[in-house]
Design a protein around this ligand. Structure first.
Ligand SMILES: [Fe+2]
Ligand SMILES: [Fe+2]
Length: 255
C-alpha cells in the first residue's frame, strides 16, 4: 500500500493538514468514515488528520482517497432537511454569541420538541409489536431514554451555567476570578463528559438497529421511529461536535 507523500501531493496536503473536528464540521457526513476507522473527533478533534492517521497506523493513500471521495459526495449532496443548515454554516468564523444562538434555537429547541415525540412513537411500537419484537424494541427504548435523560439536564446546565457566563465574559461583565466564570469552566468539563456518554450510546443504538435498517415487513410507525432515530443521531453528533470543537475550546484555551 502506498504511504502518503505529504510533500508531493497538494490535494492530500490540504486535507491532511485540516483538523479532524474542522473536517467534520464542514462535512458532517464524514462521521461515518471517522467512526469506521475509530478516529476520535471529540476530545482529539483539534488534532490534524495526518497526525491522527499516523497514530492509528493507517496513514495510507487508499484511506485518504476514501475520505476525499466522501467529501466530494457531500459537496454534491443537496437536501432540504435541517442538517443542511449545519452543513452550509461556517461556524468557525461566527462569533460565540452567534454560535450560542444557533445551538439553542436549532439544537436545544429541536431536541426539546423531538425527544418527547420520538418517545411516544417508541412506546406505541412497543405495545403494537410486543409479541415479535419485545427484546429489540425494549432495548431501543432503554438506549433512547438514556440519551433523553442525559439531555434533559444537560441542556439546562449549558444554558444556565455555560452560555450565559460566556456572553457575560465576552461583554466584559465577568472576570476570570469570579465564581460564575469558574463554574462555567467546571460545567464545560461536565458537559464534555456527558457528550462522551451520549456518543457511545448512539453507536450502540445504531448497531442494535443495524444502522437504522428496519426489520422485514415493518409497519409505517416502525419505519418512522427508525428514521427519526437516525435523524436524531445526526442532529446530536453535529450539536456535540460544534460545542466540543468550536465553542468550548474558545474558553478553555484562555485559562
Ligand atoms: Fe448543547
Ligand atoms: Fe452539549
Amino acid at each position: 500500500m502506498k504511504i502518503i507523500n505529504i510533500n508531493n501531493d497538494f490535494n492530500n496536503f490540504k486535507i491532511l493538514n485540516e483538523k479532524v473536528g474542522d473536517i467534520l464540521n464542514k462535512f458532517p457526513s464524514t462521521k461515518t468514515f471517522f467512526d469506521k476507522y475509530n478516529i476520535d473527533y471529540c476530545c482529539n478533534g483539534r488534532k490534524v488528520l495526518k497526525d491522527t492517521l499516523k497514530e492509528l497506523n493507517i496513514d495510507n493513500q487508499n484511506i485518504v482517497n476514501e475520505l476525499i471521495h466522501d467529501i466530494q459526495k457531500a459537496c454534491e449532496f443537496k437536501s432540504s432537511n435541517s442538517d443542511e443548515v449545519v452543513k452550509s454554516t461556517d461556524f468557525i468564523n461566527k462569533s460565540s454569541e452567534e454560535v450560542i444562538d444557533f445551538v439553542i434555537n436549532h439544537f436545544h429547541e429541536g431536541l426539546r420538541k423531538t425527544m418527547p415525540e420520538i418517545n411516544a412513537l417508541i412506546l406505541k411500537i412497543m405495545r403494537a409489536h410486543i409479541k415479535h419484537h419485545k427484546q429489540l424494541f425494549w432495548k431501543i427504548h432503554e438506549l433512547f431514554c438514556k440519551i433523553k435523560d442525559i439531555f434533559e439536564g444537560h441542556l439546562i446546565l449549558e444554558e444556565e451555567n455555560i452560555f450565559k457566563a460566556m456572553i457575560k465574559f465576552n461583554n466584559g461583565e465577568l472576570s476570570k476570578e469570579s465564581e460564575e466564570y469558574k463554574t462555567m469552566i467546571e460545567t464545560i468539563t461536565e458537559a464534555v463528559d456527558e457528550h462522551f456518554i451520549i456518543g457511545p450510546t448512539l453507536k450502540e443504538l445504531a448497531s442494535l438497529t443495524n444502522n437504522y435498517s428496519v426489520p422485514e415487513n415493518s409497519c409505517e410507525t416502525v419505519k418512522k421511529v427508525y428514521s427519526e432515530l437516525h435523524k436524531l443521531q445526526d442532529h446530536i453528533l453535529a450539536h456535540t461536535q460544534i460545542e466540543n470543537n468550536i465553542l468550548f475550546p474558545r474558553y478553555l484555551t484562555q485559562n
